[in-house]
Design a protein around this ligand. Structure first.
Ligand SMILES: [Zn+2]
Length: 412
């Protein structure tokens, strides 16, 4: 193996891998090629751009004219890149993974394990659970985002069962009665009833696929005949045409349909079911790729794990608008691994920032931003990104035009 030169205290440009997952935007619609200023190849879905050091697809940096995987550089020089405190807390790995995500079609409905569950799953089944880490995630809409996040509030779930007799019939009388006659239940009991519903739904779907197909078929016929379908019904009909007899189609009515505008964010923690349906976002998460799928996917599903990982909390998720601070909007979340900032600068604005001996990744999303440090400068245009290592004590930025960027760091 070639030896890795010591990183210097300066920003390093990142070269980032693109993930061609099938749900990504394509052709003229493809957002990631437009952001990067590259042509979109015909037939290729451009789903995710990964900025970070995940072993599955690490970014690359140039040290003394040679390209190295960022995870290898961090393993060799944890203190230089991460700083003492972050290296002590998280080991020799970047704690976060930063992404641009562009969904032309729904992603699978999914849930992520908490740290203890992730360790257990990874030890038991490393093929399907590649990381021993949890995956709290925050998504900020670059233009807009439509997503399913978390179970609806209990009264709404009861309404859903009344409005969808096809689902009620499929679940069976007992489950429906337990839910609809549960008026004065405590929150804990409501969760137990929801768990019963969701577990029954998934197990029946697996055991009696013909009954699932019949229920979905009946619902499709009824909804297709409606003249003014709701947004959830439109999502259902579109997904039904693509996925056929997929139990996740019922989840479209059990989960909250969330619509984010530019700059709005949602934070999703362990045990909360979610699916991004459409839109372009920046997303930051703990450095993990652990996913348990609940539907809208032809991929591997683990129903037993799924139904035990869910926390069955109910209600509409908080939409974060972020808090303004020194020319940036900061999205505070409980995640210890990352904090996202959205910066906007007028042409000519200059700012000096301390790095607090913590690593940062900055992605410019509009305009031109120059980074200056004692012995050099680097100019970034739209789509370009840098790693600022912890060993650089401070960095100055100058907006050469009006510009916007996203910055991710590890909170103190
Ligand atoms: Zn997720």
């Amino acid at each position: 193996m070639k030896s890795i030169p010591t990183p210097a205290p300066r920003p390093y440009r990142l070269s980032n891998p693109i993930q061609p997952y099938a749900w990504g935007t394509r052709g003229d619609e493809a957002f990631i090629p437009r952001l990067l200023g590259i042509p979109a190849e015909v037939g290729t879905p451009y789903a995710e751009l990964w900025m970070g050091a995940h072993p599955k697809a690490p970014s690359q940096i140039i040290l003394e004219r040679e390209s190295f995987n960022l995870n290898a550089v961090i393993q060799a020089y944890p203190v230089e890149i991460l700083g003492e405190a972050v290296a002590a807390q998280f080991g020799a790995a970047l704690p976060f993974l930063f992404k641009v995500l562009s969904a032309g079609e729904p992603l699978s409905i999914q849930v992520h394990p908490n740290k203890a569950q992730a360790e257990m799953l990874h030890a038991r089944d490393p093929e399907h659970y590649p990381d021993d880490n949890h995956k709290p995630e925050a998504a900020v809409a670059l233009d807009s985002l439509t997503a399913l996040v978390g179970f609806k509030a209990f009264p709404e779930l009861v309404q859903t069962l009344t409005a969808l007799p096809e689902l009620a019939t499929f679940l069976g009388e007992e489950v429906v009665r337990n839910l609809t006659e549960a008026g004065s239940l405590t929150e804990v009991d409501q969760r137990t009833r929801l768990q019963e519903l969701y577990t029954t739904l998934n197990i029946r779907a697996q055991k009696t696929p013909e009954a699932l197909e019949a229920a979905l078929g009946n619902l499709t016929t009824r909804l297709s005949e409606q003249s003014h379908p709701t947004q959830a019904e439109q999502v259902f009909l579109k997904a039904r045409a693509k996925y056929g007899a997929d139990v996740g189609l019922f989840s479209i009515f059990l989960l909250n349909l969330v619509q984010l505008r530019q700059g709005e964010a949602i934070y999703t923690t362990a045990g909360v079911p979610h699916a991004y349906l459409e839109g372009n976002i920046v997303e930051c998460m703990a450095n993990s790729d652990n996913v348990v799928r609940a539907g809208l996917t032809p991929k591997y599903r683990d129903v037993e794990t799924l139904t035990t990982l869910l926390t069955y909390e109910m209600g509409f998720p908080p939409v974060l608008s972020g808090a303004p601070d020194a020319g940036e909007i900061i999205y505070e979340t409980p995640a210890k691994e990352f904090r996202m900032h959205w910066g906007k600068r007028r042409a000519g604005e200059e700012l000096h920032q301390k790095t607090w001996a913590r690593p940062q990744i900055v992605l410019v999303t509009a305009g031109t931003l120059q980074f200056l440090w004692p012995d050099g400068s680097e100019t970034l245009t739209r789509g370009q990104s840098v790693l600022i290592p912890a060993c650089l004590p401070a960095v100055a930025t100058r907006a050469l035009t009006a510009c916007e960027f996203f910055r991710v760091t590890v909170p103190q």
